[in-house]
Design a protein around this ligand. Structure first.
Ligand code: ATP
Ligand code: MG
Length: 584
């Protein structure tokens, strides 16, 4: 519990006055709750002494009771309002913190944590922690206060009767201890399975087209069912635990009551204990038992949220492998990029994907990167947007280590069109506008769309620029998606433009148009084009051919053709393919 409180300190510190107010109000409730017992006692006393009068009933019993009830109502409502506010506040803070942590992560983080898993944690686990961090934690404390307060009140009536009555209580603590372990283990299983289920559900939804195309609905449904079934079974085991333990708490309190009645009757008959004192005592004993049961339930849920807290911390502790150093500087422009003896391997692999790369890219140059699939082209360009850590060798920007600049400013210098399109479920206009961090206008957007040779498609879209792209761009063709992404990059108009296989789904003419606008519009800027079709890089100032992570050939188109190596043969075979297409 203390570890949990410690992990919540960042929030408690900021909102301590909330916690303090709730504690004060909560203690007042415990104290106010003792008052009705005193009224019943004085009523019993008057009854046994035959001093009951009309005025006594009206003022000392009814009116007093009414006032006490109003008081209890006011403080209880105040407590509930405060607690709800605190809960909402904490929920918001937890969500923001969670999102902030996710947004700074690098690519390897997302390979480790799948989207469905992260979503499950963001919803279920954050909620569980939220409940515990706000209401549960305080309620456990306040129930404890109630126990102490009523215990003292009982002690004041009869110390020995009190001690006899609480004899069975240690059993509760013993069970609690046992329960804690079981609940925690079960809850971890529940959450882990829920995460797996989240992944499968998300996968099924996002890949629904493929699933249908391959008639895998039934198989997929069964897979979903299996996970749901598992979650159901573990949850049921959890419920069973609760069902078994709830009666334990109840029985213990029942035993305590029996003892109190037995011993109390004996005290009244042979030791002259007052009836009114005994009545008051039994009322307090009843009030003493309910927090015990409540604490049992609260602790059960609290243990679950300890696991949830661990799961959230796993996300927080997964430090990005690309981190800014303390004195990282902003970069204002990109003059030159240089890979020097640069090698890279992915964290989980034991082989290098890039080997001893030496490449200098100067401002105003257009660089072509070609090579077989899996040769390392994407890996190379992803280095420039700091998606991957530096491994071996150096990467310089403007003659300084790229690590010396802060990542965000590096990324702001680069318009990167990744191989997989990233489209949002918004209009075409808004999707393009994402390219620019600050305000943009219609003219800029239209210009970017023209440069990307996308303008000709806009009129064919049902609502033109306002057409909603649909989730993951489902309503656009492959080539349209690519050009939308390119338009976004043109709009950003940064020092470096990277097109990673972004022209693969467009026809030859469209490709030529885009290359043409690239040359005119980005004349003095750096362009990096990764492509399979060599026509896309033919006019580049420098072309490198990657094979298995090594630069095997480099030069201009003419130089590479003269080499008669991979590039030359690839070019010829692509030309032949094109001729065949023309003949058809
Ligand atoms: P393509 O032309 O198909 O896009 P590419 O040249 O861009 O291929 P990369 O994506 O850079 O190739 O991949 C190079 C190698 O690195 C491949 O062998 C691939 O399996 C491996 N690889 C790529 N991404 C990862 C990753 N996240 N973790 C581990 N290995 C990876
Ligand atoms: Mg690639």
């Amino acid at each position: 519990m203390f570890a949990f409180i410690k992990s919540m300190m960042w929030f408690i510190k900021k909102n301590w006055y909330f916690y303090l107010a709730i504690v004060i109000v909560g203690i007042s409730i415990s104290l106010a709750n003792l008052l009705p017992g005193t009224i019943t006692a004085s009523f019993t006393e008057a009854l046994t002494n035959n001093t009951l009068t009309r005025d006594f009933i009206i003022y000392n019993i009814l009116l007093a009771y009414l006032l006490i009830m109003i008081l209890i109502y006011v403080v209880s409502t105040t407590k509930r309002v405060l607690q709800n506010r605190l809960k909402v506040r904490l929920y918001y803070a937890l969500q923001v913190r969670y999102m902030e942590n996710i947004l700074v992560q690098d690519a390897s983080f997302f390979e480790h944590f799948q989207a469905g898993d992260l979503l499950t944690r963001a919803l279920g686990d954050v909620k569980s922690v939220n409940f515990s961090g706000s209401t549960r934690l305080l309620n456990i404390f306040l129930e404890f206060v109630t126990i102490v307060v009523t215990f003292i009140a009982m002690m004041l009536i009869s110390p020995s009767l009190t001690l006899f009555s609480v004899i069975p209580l240690p059993i509760i603590f013993f069970f609690n201890f046992y329960l804690k372990k079981k609940v925690k283990r079960n809850w971890r299983e529940v959450r882990e399975e829920a995460s797996k289920m989240g992944n499968v559900v998300l996968e099924s939804i996002t890949n629904v087209r493929t699933i249908r195309a391959f008639s895998k609905e039934e198989e997929n449904y069964q897979k979903n069912l299996r996970y749901s079934d598992k979650v159901y079974k573990i949850e049921r085991r959890n419920l069973k635990l609760n069902v078994v333990f709830q009666p334990v708490f109840n029985s213990v309190t029942a035993v305590a009551t029996i003892i109190a009645y037995g011993v109390g009757s004996y005290y009244m008959l042979s030791r002259g204990m007052d009836v009114d004192a005994f009545v008051q005592f039994t009322i307090y004993l009843g009030m003493f038992a309910s927090p015990l049961t409540n604490i049992g339930n609260l602790l059960n849920n609290f243990y679950q949220s300890l696991i949830s807290a661990d799961r959230i911390n796993e996300v927080y502790n997964a430090k990005s492998s690309v981190l800014d150093s303390k004195d990282a500087k902003d970069i204002s422009h990109v003059e030159e990029i240089e890979f020097r003896n640069f090698s890279f391997k992915y964290e989980d692999d034991d082989f290098y994907v890039l080997k001893n790369i030496n490449l200098t890219i100067k401002k105003g140059q257009t660089i072509g990167i070609v090579g077989r699939t899996g040769s390392g082209k994407s890996t190379l360009v992803r280095q420039l947007v700091r998606q991957l850590p530096i491994c071996k060798g150096e990467l310089f920007v403007n003659g300084k280590f790229i690590e010396d600049f802060n990542q965000e400013s590096i990324r702001s210098m680069v318009s990167y069109v990744p191989q997989e399109h990233v489209l949002f479920s918004r209009s075409v206009y808004q999707n393009v506008a994402l390219g620019k961090a600050d305000e943009t206008n219609d003219d800029e957007i239209r210009h970017a769309i023209e440069l990307a040779d996308f303008a000709k498609d806009i009129s064919a879209l049902p609502y033109g620029l306002d057409t909603i792209v649909g989730e993951y761009g489902v309503t656009l063709s492959g080539g349209q998606k690519q050009r939308l992404a390119i338009a976004r990059a043109f709009l950003k108009n940064s020092d470096v433009l990277i097109l990673d296989d972004s022209l693969s789904a467009v026809d030859g003419t469209t490709e030529a148009n885009i290359i043409k606008s690239l040359k005119e519009y980005r004349k003095n800027k750096t362009n990096i084009i990764v492509a399979h079709r060599l026509s896309a890089v033919m006019s580049a100032d420098h072309i490198i051919v990657l094979d298995d992570g090594i630069i095997i050939e480099e030069g201009t188109h003419a130089e590479l053709m003269a080499l008669k190596g991979w590039y030359y043969h690839q070019y010829l075979s692509q030309q032949m393919d094109e001729k065949e297409v023309e003949h058809e």
